[in-house]
Design a protein around this ligand. Structure first.
Ligand SMILES: [Zn+2]
Length: 210
């Protein structure tokens, strides 16, 4: 079972988490998780630039340390860098204190490249896994961001046409859309992203950072 659109019960259970954003106009919030990596992130930047689209990148701390130049380029081009733990750990398998350390380590890596001093620190939990205990520790300092639309770009068994079709029919103003700058998602992403950008630009939408 694939949930392209977030089931309404989740925002109801976790109202402080961002699932989609209130907007007055046709705005979409694209987000890219797990990078930056040299194989995929530069391609995303090229595509986004063609449409003057801005996006939010939830980065893995280890990748920030490995590829600081790519991370800086993402920031320089007007996108927002945000926190996705240091080693992409799962909340359901990591005790809250250890998890917080992972988040703080990633935040330190963001600060290292000059991208950590936003007023609101955004954090997205890997795999969308969270518990109330983890939230309690995080929420004083971090705004937790989930999504309203998951493209399943990382699912190599899914035809890219299906990813695109689900995104095109499911995205509404204020949508928070998840894609991935990861090797697994590369194939679907190269098909979906250019078409998605073109489609929604033609419909009068703009793409902004969270
Ligand atoms: Zn992730």
């Amino acid at each position: 079972m694939r949930f392209f659109q977030t089931p309404p019960v989740l925002p109801w259970l976790f109202p402080k988490v961002w699932w989609k954003r209130p907007v007055q106009d046709k705005t979409i919030f694209l987000t890219f998780d797990d990078g930056p990596i040299p194989e995929v992130t530069p391609f995303l930047l090229e595509q986004l630039a063609l449409y003057r689209a801005k996006a939010t990148f939830f980065c893995v701390g280890e990748n920030l340390i490995r590829y600081p130049e790519i991370a800086k380029k993402v920031a320089t081009e007007g996108h927002r860098l945000a926190n996705h733990t240091h080693q992409h750990v799962k909340a359901w398998k990591t005790p809250p204190q250890d998890y917080l350390r992972q988040v703080e380590q990633c935040q330190a890596a963001l600060e290292q490249i000059g991208a950590g001093n936003n007023q609101v620190k955004l954090f997205r939990p890997p795999h969308g896994q969270i518990t109330r205990a983890h939230l309690k520790l995080l929420q004083p300092d971090y705004q937790v961001v989930m999504w309203s639309m998951l493209t399943y770009d990382f699912d190599v068994t899914l035809p890219p046409q299906t990813c695109l079709e689900k995104a095109v029919t499911g995205i509404k103003p204020g949508a928070v859309v998840v894609m991935h700058d990861s090797l697994k998602a590369d194939q679907n992403l190269r098909y979906v992203l250019p078409r998605l950008l073109r489609h929604f630009s033609e419909q009068g939408y703009s793409f902004k950072t969270l």
